[in-house]
Design a protein around this ligand. Sequence first.
Ligand code: SF4
Ligand code: SF4
Length: 302
Amino acid sequence: MGLKDIEKRIDQALKKDRPGSPIQPVRLERDSEFKFRCYPGISCFTNCCRNMNIILTPYDIIRIKTRLGLTSDLFLRLYTKPEILGITGLPVARLLMLEELDGKCPFVTPDGCQIYTDRPVSCRYYPIGIASLRQQEKHAGEEEEFFFVVKEEHCKGFEEPTSWTVDSWRADQEADLYDAMNRGWLELILRKRSFGEETEMPPRARELFYMATTNMERFRKFIFESRFLDTYIIKETVLKRILNDDVELMKFGFNYLNVAIFGAESDIIKLKPEILDKTVKQIIKKRKKRQKRLERIKKGRR
Ligand code: SF4
Ligand code: SF4
């Protein structure tokens, strides 16, 4: 289950127990217990690896394309499809399931997941779903994280006696590492979501977002082979770190997108003063022009 499904279904699932819904309408905390075991040999082995809506996170993409020895370009072309993530309007990469093979995941084999140690974070969390809600009252504006169980009929893992807490399951699945790596990306998504549907993203900003969150080779080229370094001031140590390291580049990308799309401040990347000056002047000029046009329209009406 991907972020998009969760967004759509979590509210309803927590309100009432809908017949047929795989989401148990029970909110779990980190110490909540559940029984589950998944292992080769269980009767449903790999039944869940089909028709999944898996949105790949930036860190998922780096891990899988490295595992397969592919460039990001080739990996994205062969295994994913871009799509827009709900009301955020942000582009993300969805893992393609194989229609010709009954909706199977391209990485599933009779022996299990071919990329098991590098599988996406949503496969790691399964059967636990993670969601966040914007707090309304006491801590207005803060996101509150919670968990729920996704209990699908075909999954026999729930009949096994092994007990977990949400935390012990997350530790077993290396979810902490993935969550830490994906935090910057999720913050960008939540930030954009908080603006609502009305604030549409210009196509150029959307392209930048997709490039910097899915394609490290292209993003690196954009930084080192375009006029990027004439526009931004970036510390030498940071430049050295991102030159060959995809994970460092991904983290830098989250900072860059915050600055370029949301106008946030960052310690590691800043607009050059002369570019900032130029941008401010352009904005003022545009506003004055718009103001004059409005005044002309008003006069014409009188
Ligand atoms: S990536 Fe692996 S675990 Fe995830 S759906 Fe595909 S085969 Fe299953
Ligand atoms: S259906 Fe459930 S128990 Fe069976 S392989 Fe998938 S996760 Fe494991």
